[in-house]
Each structure stands twice: as structure tokens, then as C-alpha cells.
Design a protein around this ligand. Structure first.
Ligand SMILES: *[C@@H]1O[C@H](CO)[C@@H](O)[C@H](O)[C@H]1NC(C)=O
Ligand SMILES: *[C@@H]1O[C@H](CO)[C@@H](O)[C@H](O)[C@H]1NC(C)=O
Ligand SMILES: *[C@@H]1O[C@H](CO)[C@@H](O)[C@H](O)[C@H]1NC(C)=O
Ligand SMILES: *[C@@H]1O[C@H](CO)[C@@H](O)[C@H](O)[C@H]1NC(C)=O
Ligand SMILES: *[C@@H]1O[C@H](CO)[C@@H](O)[C@H](O)[C@H]1NC(C)=O
Ligand SMILES: *[C@@H]1O[C@H](CO)[C@@H](O)[C@H](O)[C@H]1NC(C)=O
Ligand SMILES: *[C@@H]1O[C@H](CO)[C@@H](O)[C@H](O)[C@H]1NC(C)=O
Ligand SMILES: *[C@@H]1O[C@H](CO)[C@@H](O)[C@H](O)[C@H]1NC(C)=O
Ligand SMILES: *[C@@H]1O[C@H](CO)[C@@H](O)[C@H](O)[C@H]1NC(C)=O
Length: 800
């Protein structure tokens, strides 16, 4: 392909790269007075000397024309500036550089749509030119610019552009509709740089949702040719790095834009011919964006938030927000996902509430702050559901940590994120909904999951599975479990598990070929099932024998399978044939936390917060919410896997019981002075869930600092053992030292400090001093205060 080779002679390359704007031209780009362009469906533009940019007419959504500047050498012809975004020009409109030196856009009837403004001095313009940096200028002579497009930005700034006090960027309405939209990036005259929501369709600003933490007042936002975007003070000191560590503008096209979704993004695109590295995709990629999670950033004001009313916002895998209607709701305008959602059913009437006809859709980690009219605590979830069900004003309830909030229409600022916690219960009409099975909890607590026909398995397998499950459930404590039915779905399964033959797994793994990892008691292979789903097949060796043997294996496996939580790796099946004992898990695309955390390009602070919360919630679930308590016994980064959106999933839980006792602790783990292994393993203390809390504490400190607990090569000898160093830093009130190279974390020191304290509470040598995982989750979420922990070894040394 053409993009892989570089036919330019190096001399020409030098010209193309040259930062002086008039060198490489082949034609004179000067536009003389009187020249004009007409809007028509073919190309109609003036080009910059290098051809990188064009100025002219672009057809917009709806067929009318935008007078714009765009990148002209790349396929998507990205628009960076426009004159008439809110008043498009019909076909046949003209733009002319008048004899008096003004740029004027007229419609075909000669009526003015737009014109360049005169400056106070009114120097005479002698020509116009589109410079190679994308700036269209009207000039008096070579050194005197009278008017320039850079002074009137729309939503984009380019390298070499400066945003002065009083200037702003206004997002476009949508990706394809360029008219002024709902967000603004403002370099205010008072020296503050602020991102605002606008009270669309008016120009009035509504809520500020981001502003850098600066000591002194700002003066300009500067985007320079090295690809840095900085906020500077009047004396040129840098107050904030909006985007740094980028390639230069000579090797990459660049633009920074306040996009229609309210996120300010710095994009880069490799210039053709300059590609020292041809593996860069020929597309815009995001180099930096602000704020880190727009769904969480906008949570108050007089509008609906990042998404419309009754809608909720969530970050996708690409870190871009998207808006979704809850189940039972549909978009008001099917063509506009940012608009509100409406109930797709007849809402509850107060005259005749028909309580039996309503039910809830439950959504984890979701909230609509600000629209509540009732708050109750402490209550349980059933109470909360009932309270909302019988209240005809209640559109939804939020249940979190024993709190119940009743919400009324319209729901605003909807957000879904790991850090939100709790769950939203959306009230919907039953008869009208096809979603009856989804309003059941996935809790294994006292409810059993109802499996909808389409889940995972082809229907031809159903019979086999039913038979298999009957075997599994006989003799098990099935009768003690309270089953909750909903609708008439007959498939009530304690577990959703497949029994594989050895042959099937042999085939899926192509003869156990591709090894993913191995440990003292198991080897893991990658496999592909017949339905093309990827799986990880764990081959267990030296399984505990004796006693009921095979039966015990089944019971333990079904206990693992019944543990169903989004932060646990899901068991999809097993093999129990002859001497073969294998477990089949869902495949985790992004490997383990160990690979992710300790590599040089460390994950962002925000990603790490999500990981911490995910791991803590998964553990809390294992310890406290399952019908049988599960102690993991081997929490370490290698056992935390990452799903395709880098969510944490705990692997290998429940295995401790399957293995011989002495195998659960491999000798290598014990050798380290302070590993993830709680001290009671070495003493004759009973092993409780608190061993997992200890391991989690070490892991938490590692995630905060992005380094291993034990490192030989550190700047200072005191830093070799992380847990000791962290305690010393906390004691000396120097926690910033722990995240010295991590700008994001340093902007969030309150949370860093809280996490550090929680970590130290978890690694107390005395198990009873360690908090429960449930408490840990509450502390991480900020729901309860965290006091200053004692020295982890103080209690033990005191009793010696
Ligand atoms: C463009 O026009 C100005 C004024 O006539 C002149 O000074 C300049 O040299 C011209 N530029 C080019 C590249 O011809
Ligand atoms: C673009 O969005 C604005 C604001 O909603 C709307 O008034 C206009 O009609 C839209 N333009 C097109 C072509 O859809
Ligand atoms: C600049 O020129 C325009 C058009 O010729 C005129 O309307 C305006 O009053 C002038 N402004 C000043 C400050 O001279
Ligand atoms: C350009 O024009 C300005 C004012 O019109 C004048 O002061 C300046 O000397 C001129 N520069 C050149 C290089 O002609
Ligand atoms: C751009 O700004 C960065 C940060 O202030 C600075 O390090 C770099 O030298 C600047 N580059 C240019 C070409 O001015
Ligand atoms: C620039 O100004 C800020 C306060 O506005 C001050 O803190 C800083 O020291 C100044 N820097 C220089 C280099 O003068
Ligand atoms: C901005 O980045 C530069 C270079 O990376 C660094 O020296 C400076 O301290 C940073 N400034 C702020 C305010 O973060
Ligand atoms: C090209 O870039 C990719 C990803 O940035 C990197 O993995 C690869 O080593 C680079 N290749 C060359 C030849 O620089
Ligand atoms: C629910 O009922 C209303 C009115 O009877 C109807 O307009 C709507 O399409 C129904 N929704 C579903 C999902 O069937």
C-alpha cells in the first residue's frame, strides 16, 4: 500500500517539513483584492502553499455550505475553523475579498451572511493568504496582519495558535452538525481557564465542569510547534500543562478541539512522507483529553448533564462518553442520542397505581444525582424497592450502602461508572416490558440467576445442561436457597456451567498448545470453543484426592460457578474425566495486572482507581455476599486479570479449597520478606478472610505507587520495601513523594492519602485490626472516614 512506502526524495521532504511558511510553495498562494469563490458541489477552495490546509466551501449536513478551513491532505478533510456555523450558506453563495479589504460572504441574492470585522486601526489590506499553519490572514504587507482566523477560533486550536484572554472555543452540536453546541472552553478575561456547559440553545453558560488548579491567574493558552498546549501566566511561567510529551508538529498534524461531547481532546495524525514509523495508523488518534471522565465531571446545574434527561453517560472502551437510555426507555429523537429518553410505557398513575404491574430494572454502579425528593437510611434494598413501587411519583430509586433515594422525573446527570457504587432501580411497567429477567439481581446471596434462553449456549444444548444440572444440584443445599421467580421463565439454574469432555478441550486448545501461564498446581492454555468464544483452560495437577473425590470436585466447582460478580473471572465450564480435572474460564483479553502495572508506561491514576475499587468489590463479594464464604488465599497482581475495558477481574478464587493445603502457598511466595502473604501464615494463627485483606493492602500500595512491594534498585535504601516506605512517608506527612512522577495523582492528593491510609490499615500484622473488605470498599468510596492507622507491626511488637 502507498501508505507504507515513502517515495519523496529527501530534499523535498526537507521543504515540506520546513517551519517557515512560504518556502515550499509551487504556486503563489496570495489572494489579491477582488478574488472570490462560489459554493457549489465540486471543489471550491484556496489552498495554503504546502497544500496542507484549504480555505473555502464545504458542504455540511443538510446540503448547505460552511465557509471553512480544513486539513486538505488527509482523507477526512477535518474542519478546523468556520465562519458561518450557525447560518449555513446556500449553493451559489460567494465569498469575496472586497476592494476595501474585507472578506464578505453573500448568499446568491447578494445578502450578507458573514463578514470579517475591521480592527480599530483600519489599515489597508493589500492581500489575503492561507498560511501553512492553517491561519487565514488579511495583510497590509508581509509583516502587518490586519485580520486572522486564529483570532476567531470556533472549536479548534492548531499548533502556533494562541488563545488570548476573552477568547473561547464552542463545541459543535454533534459530530456532523457544526452549529454551536452545548459546551464551551473559555480563557476568561479574569484569568481563569474554564470548561462550561451552555444552556443550549441559548448562549448562557450553565455549569463549570473543569478548571486547572493554578496558583496564579492565567493569561494565554499556547499551542506550540513542539505539540505542547500550556496555560501560561503573563510573565510566561507555565501554570498548567494541558497536553505535553507529544510528537512535534513537523512530524504529525495536530489539532486540539472542544468536541460535541464536551471533552477537550488533543489529536495527532502522522504526516505522510515523514513517517519514520509506518505503523502509526493513518487516522486521528487522541493524545490527551480533559476531563478524564466527563460523565462524572458534570453533576450539577440547570441542564441534564453530559447526556439528556433520563439518559445515562458511560465511558466506552475508547474512553469516549456515550449516552444510553435505561431499559424500558427510548430516545425522544431517534436521530439524536444526546437528547433525552422517555419511558416506553404508560407511566404509573396516582389515581390507579396498579402496583402489581410495575417492577424494577436494576443497574449496578449507576446514579442520577440531583433529582431526589426522598432519602431514607438505614434501610435494605427490598424496603427501598417497595417504597418506590407504591409511590406514584417515584420514577426510580437509588440504593447504596443502606441509603435509599427516591427520584422523580426527569432524571438528570445520569452516570454509570465503577466508582459510583450502589445500584439504580428503574421503575418500569411489567406488561409492556420484555425485560423481566433483567430486574433480578446477579447476587448469589439469596437469589438465583434466571438464565434467558439466549445466554451463551445454543438451544440444542439445553437438554444436556438441564440433565447435568440436576445431577449437580441433588444432594446440595438447594432446598435452603430461597428462589425468586419472575415471570414464567422455566430455566432456573443454580449455575450456568458446561461439562466438557477431555476430547472437547483437547480440540479447543489444539492439543494444549498455547500456554498462557503456569503455576505450582496448574497450567493455563488458550482455547477456542465451537461457538468461537475464547476461553482459558486451567489444567489442575495434584488435586486433593480422597474422601468423596469426584463429588467434592463438583460441589466446589459449582460453588465457584455460583459466585457471579462483575469483578470475578467467570467460570464457564469444567472437565472431570478420569484423572483430568480442568476448569474453563472466560478469556481475558488484556492479561494480568502484573503485566499492566509494572511496565514503564504506567496506567493512569484514574484507571488505577477503578482497578482498586473493582478488586475490593470482588473480594468483598467473595467474603460477605456469597452463600458460602470464599477465602481466596492468593491475592497478587498475577491473579487479577483485566477485561477488554481494563476492568479488574479476580481469578483463581475458590481454588484454595480444591488444592491440597500445602500447595496453596507456593514456597517462592514465602521467601520474600514481605510479600502478599499475611504474617499469620507463618504463625500458628487461624487463617481467616483477613489474609486476603492483607494481600489486598499490599496490592493497593503497589497500585498507588505503580511499583512492586520489593525493589532492589531504588533511589534511596529506605524505599526498597514499599510498605515500610509508605508508612514512613505517611508518618512524616510526605505522601506526595509516593506519586512524585504522577501528575494526575498529585492533582488528587486527598484521595491518594485516603488510599494510603486504607492500605496501611489492611496490612496491620494483627489480623483483627484489619478492616473487613466491605469496610474497605466503603472507605475507598469515601462513604466512611478513614482514621490514621498505627504502625503495622506495633501491636505484634507490643505483645512480644
Ligand atoms: C504576497 O503579496 C505581498 C504583497 O503584495 C508580497 O509582499 C508577498 O511577497 C507576496 N507573497 C508571495 C509568496 O508572492
Ligand atoms: C444542527 O443542530 C441545530 C441545533 O439543534 C439545529 O437547529 C439544526 O437544524 C441542525 N442542522 C441540521 C442540518 O440538522
Ligand atoms: C473602518 O472601515 C470601515 C469600512 O470602511 C468603517 O465602516 C469603519 O468606521 C472604520 N473604522 C474606523 C475605526 O475607522
Ligand atoms: C507594513 O505596513 C505597516 C502599516 O501599514 C507599516 O508600519 C510597516 O512599516 C510596513 N512594513 C513593511 C515591511 O512594509
Ligand atoms: C513548547 O512548549 C514546551 C513547554 O513549555 C517547551 O518545552 C518547548 O520547548 C516549546 N517548543 C517550542 C518550539 O517553543
Ligand atoms: C510569574 O508570576 C507568578 C505570579 O503571578 C509568580 O508566582 C512567579 O514567580 C513569576 N515568575 C517569574 C519568572 O517571574
Ligand atoms: C509542565 O511540564 C513541564 C515539563 O514536562 C514541567 O517542568 C512543569 O513543571 C510542568 N508544569 C506544571 C504546572 O505542571
Ligand atoms: C513504531 O511504533 C510502534 C508503536 O508506537 C512501536 O511498537 C514500533 O517499535 C515502532 N517502530 C519503529 C521502527 O520505530
Ligand atoms: C407500551 O405501551 C404503549 C402504549 O400502550 C405503547 O405505545 C408502547 O409501544 C409499548 N411498549 C412496548 C415496549 O411494548
Amino acid at each position: 500500500m502507498a501508505s507504507l512506502c515513502f517515495p519523496f526524495p529527501s530534499l523535498l521532504l526537507l521543504f515540506l517539513l520546513s517551519p517557515s511558511f512560504a518556502v515550499a510553495q509551487t504556486t503563489n498562494p496570495n489572494i489579491t483584492l477582488g478574488k472570490s469563490l462560489t459554493a457549489h458541489s465540486g471543489d471550491s477552495f484556496w489552498s495554503s502553499a504546502s497544500g496542507d490546509f484549504a480555505f473555502g466551501f464545504r458542504q455540511a449536513l443538510g446540503g448547505d455550505y460552511l465557509l471553512a478551513i480544513w486539513f486538505n491532505k488527509i482523507d477526512d478533510k477535518t474542519v478546523v475553523w468556520s465562519a458561518n456555523r450557525d447560518k449555513l450558506a446556500p449553493e451559489g453563495s460567494t465569498v469575496v475579498l472586497t476592494k476595501s479589504g474585507q472578506l464578505v460572504l453573500n448568499d446568491p441574492a447578494g445578502k450578507q451572511i458573514w463578514a470579517s470585522t475591521f480592527t480599530a486601526t483600519n489599515q489597508s489590506v493589500s492581500f489575503a493568504v492561507l498560511l501553512d499553519n492553517g491561519n487565514f490572514i488579511l495583510a497590509a504587507n508581509d509583516s502587518e496582519i490586519v485580520w486572522q482566523s486564529f483570532d476567531y477560533p470556533t472549536d479548534t486550536i492548531l499548533p502556533s495558535q494562541i488563545l488570548n484572554k476573552g477568547k473561547k472555543l464552542v463545541a459543535s452540536y454533534s459530530e456532523t452538525n457544526y452549529s454551536s453546541g452545548r459546551f464551551e472552553f473559555s480563557m476568561q478575561t479574569d484569568g481563569n481557564l474554564v470548561l462550561y456547559t451552555r444552556n443550549f440553545p441559548s448562549d448562557v453558560l450553565s455549569t463549570d465542569y473543569w478548571s486547572p488548579n493554578t496558583q496564579s491567574f492565567g493569561f494565554q493558552v499556547v499551542f506550540n510547534l513542539s505539540g505542547s498546549i500550556v496555560l501560561i501566566a503573563e510573565n510566561k511561567t507555565i501554570l498548567n500543562n494541558l497536553s505535553s510529551n507529544n510528537p512535534t508538529a513537523q512530524t504529525f498534524y495536530q489539532r486540539a478541539i472542544l468536541e460535541h461531547d464536551g471533552v477537550f481532546r488533543h489529536y495527532i495524525y502522522p504526516r505522510s512522507g515523514t513517517g519514520r514509523n509506518s505503523s502509526w495508523p493513518k487516522a486521528w488518534s487522541v493524545s490527551k483529553f480533559i476531563p478524564s471522565n466527563i460523565c462524572l465531571a458534570i453533576s450539577e446545574g440547570s441542564d441534564s448533564g453530559a447526556c439528556g434527561f433520563n439518559s445515562y453517560c458511560r465511558l466506552g472502551d475508547d474512553q469516549k462518553p456515550f449516552c444510553t437510555c435505561p431499559d424500558g426507555y427510548v430516545l425522544l429523537d431517534p436521530n439524536d442520542v444526546t437528547k433525552s429518553c422517555k419511558p416506553n410505557f404508560v407511566p404509573q398513575s396516582c389515581a390507579y397505581p396498579e402496583i402489581d404491574n410495575f417492577d424494577f430494572v436494576s443497574m449496578d454502579n449507576t446514579d442520577w444525582p440531583q433529582s431526589d425528593y426522598g432519602h431514607y437510611l438505614p434501610v435494605n434494598e427490598d424496603w427501598c424497592r417497595n417504597e418506590c413501587l407504591k409511590d406514584c411519583f417515584c420514577a426510580a430509586a437509588i440504593f447504596r450502602d443502606g441509603n435509599c433515594w427516591k427520584k422523580k422525573f426527569p432524571l438528570s446527570f445520569g452516570k454509570m461508572d465503577y466508582s459510583v457504587g450502589g445500584k439504580a432501580l428503574i421503575k418500569i411497567r411489567r406488561s409492556n416490558s420484555t425485560l423481566q429477567s433483567q430486574n433480578l439481581d446477579k447476587n448469589c446471596n439469596n437469589k438465583t440467576k434466571i438464565v434467558i434462553g439466549s445466554v451463551l449456549l445454543g438451544s440444542s444444548l439445553f437438554l444436556n445442561i438441564l440433565l447435568f444440572l440436576l445431577t449437580l444440584l441433588i444432594g446440595h443445599r438447594f432446598s435452603r436457597r430461597k428462589l425468586k421467580f419472575n415471570g414464567e421463565d422455566p430455566f432456573i439454574l443454580g449455575v450456568n456451567l458446561r461439562a466438557f469432555s477431555y476430547e472437547a478441550l483437547n480440540k479447543a486448545t489444539k492439543g494444549f498448545k498455547e500456554q498462557l501461564g503456569s503455576g505450582a498446581f496448574a497450567t493455563v492454555y488458550k482455547g477456542t470453543l465451537d461457538d468461537n468464544n475464547l476461553v482459558a483452560v486451567k489444567k489442575l495437577e495434584n488435586i486433593a484426592k480422597g474422601g468423596s473425590g469426584e463429588n467434592e470436585f463438583k460441589v466446589e466447582v459449582s460453588a465457584i460457578a455460583r459466585s457471579n460478580h462483575k469483578n470475578l473471572v467467570k467460570l464457564v465450564g469444567f472437565c472431570n474425566e478420569g484423572e483430568h480435572r480442568m476448569l474453563v474460564y472466560e478469556f481475558m483479553e488484556n492479561g494480568s495486572l502484573a503485566d499492566f502495572l509494572f511496565k514503564p508506561s504506567k496506567p493512569t491514576w484514574y484507571t488505577r482507581i477503578q482497578l482498586v475499587l473493582g478488586i475490593a468489590r470482588g473480594l468483598s463479594y467473595l467474603h460477605e455476599e456469597c452463600s458460602t464464604q470464599i477465602i481466596h488465599c492468593d491475592i497478587k497482581p498475577q491473579n487479577i486479570l483485566l477485561d477488554d475495558s481494563y476492568g479488574a477481574k479476580i481469578a483463581d478464587f475458590g481454588l484454595a479449597k480444591l488444592l491440597k493445603k500445602d500447595q496453596t502457598r507456593t514456597m517462592t511466595a514465602i521467601r520474600g520478606t514481605k510479600g502478599y502473604v499475611a504474617p499469620e501464615w507463618f504463625r500458628s494463627f487461624p487463617i481467616t478472610v483477613k489474609v486476603d485483606v492483607y494481600s489486598f493492602g499490599i496490592l493497593l500500595l503497589e497500585i498507588i505507587c505503580c511499583r512492586k512491594n520489593f525493589e532492589m534498585e531504588t533511589e534511596d535504601e529506605d524505599e526498597m520495601i514499599l510498605s515500610d516506605w509508605v508508612y514512613d512517608c505517611m508518618n512524616e506527612k510526605e505522601i506526595e513523594k509516593l506519586v512524585r512522577d504522577d501528575e494526575e495523582a498529585r492533582d488528587d492528593m486527598k484521595r491518594v492519602e485516603r488510599f494510603v491510609k486504607i492500605g496501611i490499615w489492611c496490612i496491620q500484622e494483627e489480623p483483627s485490626l484489619r478492616p473487613s473488605m466491605k469496610k474497605v470498599v466503603q472507605m475507598l468510596e469515601g462513604a466512611v472516614e478513614v482514621s490514621t492507622p498505627p504502625d503495622p507491626s506495633s501491636f505484634i511488637s507490643a505483645i512480644k
